[in-house]
Design a protein around this ligand. Structure first.
Ligand code: MN
Length: 515
């Protein structure tokens, strides 16, 4: 003990020794989490492109450009092929590693997929230009991350195992450190602390970073949201404790339910031994540019999300969810029930084994909270809540409330499962390919994985993209010939309807031939 004590005295653990003076690395989230958290994920590739080269010049540790809800939004709202977006952005910003957020066995959807689909998705992602995969499971069930981590390593890419940080009676510092240990055992290249709801306080952040680095020796990246207003303080504490990187965004897609602004964090680190250097003039140019984009997305932004509110500490609702949830309640005519639904969120969470709130569990808990308020507590149990209770999403951190479990069993007629959810799923790639072939759609791996997750949206996208010069779908009895033999000029049919996608919006136009 004396020898150890003497060594410790010679090598102080503090900011003064050289490794600690390494500048902290900033990753930038404006092209993914920034607009997911503040503008319902509606930024288009066209809106991103003018900024991509500038972002690339800043020399960030990484640019988060893909994953999370962006793939869904590309297909559902923007009429974009998400893989094309990744390739385009990679080409426009080739020097900086591109980062994506992957929901483990859920890929970027809400339910589990078979291993072969997860593997194919990871390989397509790697091939399209993604370098770093942030991989998490909403329940922190490591069995749901194993396939994605192995596939990432097999593709030669960087696997960052993400710890979904949350607070509850069953979550201890040691439980998170244990998860870090398992990430290391699985071959992860780094560990992320993913604080989606912005509830990680500075003191705990410092302790967690210190312990994770001590135990795993891996680089630690901290990712938080400024929802409750202490993200910058949390980052500072994490940096002092030796965090290797933090993630920031760019105003106006920063602060509030998003990540702290890059210039703000730079200013905060002025004179700090680990202060990094990022070009302020470029950052100011980007800020001006994104201000215009933010204005253009005004339909999807809300001052509620920009505002800092410590209520998140009780609700633990992640930034992206708050943004979508307000819209959802409005559509349900329940805007006046916002507070009641939010107050129900922790009740549902406890009943479902204190699951962290992050996609998909945030949506599942949020929807169940809404149903409880609308129909009475547990009067109307959603299918997803039943599945969580029965272990179909994985092992919950705490036990399921006995009343809810009994209801779930009674409604489904099923017993709870204890194994890894994906173990009961048969391989699907061959079947997906067959389905695409029958539908006359592309059958490559990208098509298969998109079809697996978003079948309707993928088919609609392909129809819109494949037929920009052909008549729109509705059948027209006056035409006798098969489409293939029709004259292209429209001579027999002066008024033709076309489907047109402009700036991500699909619209129909009627074109008249002028001779
Ligand atoms: Mn986030």
């Amino acid at each position: 003990a004396d020898v150890i004590g003497a060594v410790a005295a010679i090598i102080p653990i503090g900011v003064s020794i050289p490794p600690m003076a390494t500048p902290v690395v900033f990753n930038n989230t404006v092209l993914r989490d920034g607009h997911q958290s503040l503008a319902a994920t509606r930024m288009t590739t066209a809106q991103m492109l003018p900024a991509a080269a500038l972002l690339d010049r800043l020399g960030f540790g990484g640019l988060e450009t893909w994953g999370g809800a962006t793939i869904d939004a590309c297909l559902r709202f923007l009429g974009e092929n998400p893989f094309d977006r990744l390739r385009t952005l990679k080409q426009a910003a080739p020097r900086t590693p591109h980062i994506m957020l992957l929901r483990g066995q859920n890929i970027v959807q809400y339910t589990s997929f078979p291993d072969d689909v997860v593997e194919a998705f990871v390989h397509c992602t790697a091939r399209a230009g993604c370098d770093v995969l942030r991989i998490f499971d909403a329940l922190n069930d490591v069995r749901n991350l194993t396939t994605a981590i192995r596939a990432t390593k097999a593709a030669g890419k960087h696997a960052r195992g993400e710890i979904c940080y949350t607070t509850s009676p069953v979550h201890t510092l040691e439980s998170f450190v244990q998860l870090g240990r398992e990430f290391q055992r699985l071959g992860c290249d780094s560990i992320g602390i993913k604080d989606m709801s912005g509830v990680l306080v500075p003191r705990i952040a410092a302790e967690l970073v210190t312990r994770l680095k001590q135990v795993t020796g891996l680089p630690v990246v901290v990712h938080t949201h400024d929802t409750a207003g202490f993200a910058a303080a949390t980052y500072l504490a994490a940096i002092d404790a030796g965090a290797d990187a933090i993630e920031t965004s760019i105003v106006p897609f920063a602060n509030g339910t998003s990540q702290p602004d890059t210039l703000r964090m730079l200013a905060l680190l002025e004179g700090h031994p680990r202060q990094p250097t990022y070009d302020r003039d470029i950052l100011l140019t980007l800020r001006r540019y994104f201000t215009d984009v933010y204005r253009d997305l005004g339909k999807f932004t809300s001052t509620d999300n920009e505002r800092v509110d410590a209520d998140t500490l009780a609700y633990q609702v992640p930034g992206g969810m708050l943004s979508n949830f307000r819209t959802q309640l409005r559509e349900q005519g329940m805007s006046d029930k916002f507070d009641a639904v939010m107050a129900e969120v922790p009740v549902v969470r406890e009943a479902l084994g204190w699951i962290p709130l992050v996609t998909p569990t945030s949506q599942i808990v949020g929807t169940q909270a809404m149903l409880n308020v609308k129909f009475g507590r547990w009067k109307n149990l959603s299918q997803a809540a039943i599945d969580i209770a029965l272990g179909k999403y994985g092992r919950t951190p705490g036990p399921i409330d006995p009343e809810v479990l009994a209801l779930a069993q009674a409604k489904s007629g099923q017993e709870p499962m204890a194994g890894r959810p994906a173990d009961v799923l048969a391989p699907r790639m061959a079947k997906l390919r067959d389905e695409l072939r029958v539908a006359g759609l592309p059958t490559d791996d990208e098509a298969c994985v998109l079809h697996a997750m978003f079948p309707r949206e993928f088919a609609a996208l392909h129809a819109a993209q494949a037929t920009p010069t052909a008549p729109a779908a509705p059948a027209r009895p006056e035409r006798p010939a098969s489409p293939a033999t029709e004259p292209r000029s429209g001579a027999t049919n002066p008024l033709r309807k076309y489907a047109l996608t402009l700036d991500g919006r699909r619209t129909e136009v009627t074109v008249e031939e002028v001779v």
